[in-house]
Design a protein around this ligand. Structure first.
Ligand SMILES: [Zn+2]
Ligand SMILES: [Zn+2]
Length: 137
């Protein structure tokens, strides 16, 4: 989203933009973004500062670190960006939006907190079944 400082009125401005993640290099080896995501921005300006408050709506496709199943998770990170500006400047918030989304990535991708993962011996998916290799509970 590019913001023309001169076009932001005194009372501020609300904008929406849709980003195509394929162009933004934001994937991690266990996280993919398969669909465009939306950004809502509230833009205000004072003398020399542009303030952009964003709410981002994004769906992550993750691979569980334990069972390797793919699952989706919606994240809605918010952020407030400030830019020093001069009249006539054009501010591109794309890089800040990108970083905000990546900060919302989970440290470890787990399909559920108690995911039992796969048996290291036979590969049985332990969320859905059992095998003889597990210690008795
Ligand atoms: Zn899992
Ligand atoms: Zn097993």
């Amino acid at each position: 989203m590019k913001i023309h400082v001169n076009r932001v009125p005194e009372g501020g401005l609300a904008e929406r933009a849709r980003y195509n993640p394929a162009r933004l290099d934001m994937e991690r080896n266990d996280i993919r973004l398969r669909e465009p995501f939306d950004v809502e921005a509230k833009i205000t300006k004072s003398q020399r500062e542009l303030t952009v408050a964003v709410e981002i709506h994004c769906v992550l496709h993750l691979t569980c670190a334990r069972c390797l199943e793919e699952f989706t998770q919606a994240v809605t990170p918010t952020g407030i960006f400030s830019y020093r500006v001069l009249p006539g400047d054009i501010v591109d918030i794309t890089e800040d939006v990108r970083q905000e989304v990546m900060l919302a990535y989970p440290m470890t991708s787990l399909c559920r907190a108690d995911c039992k993962g796969l048996c290291p011996t036979c590969g049985q998916h332990l969320n859905t079944g059992t095998c003889p290799h597990q210690p008795e509970v």
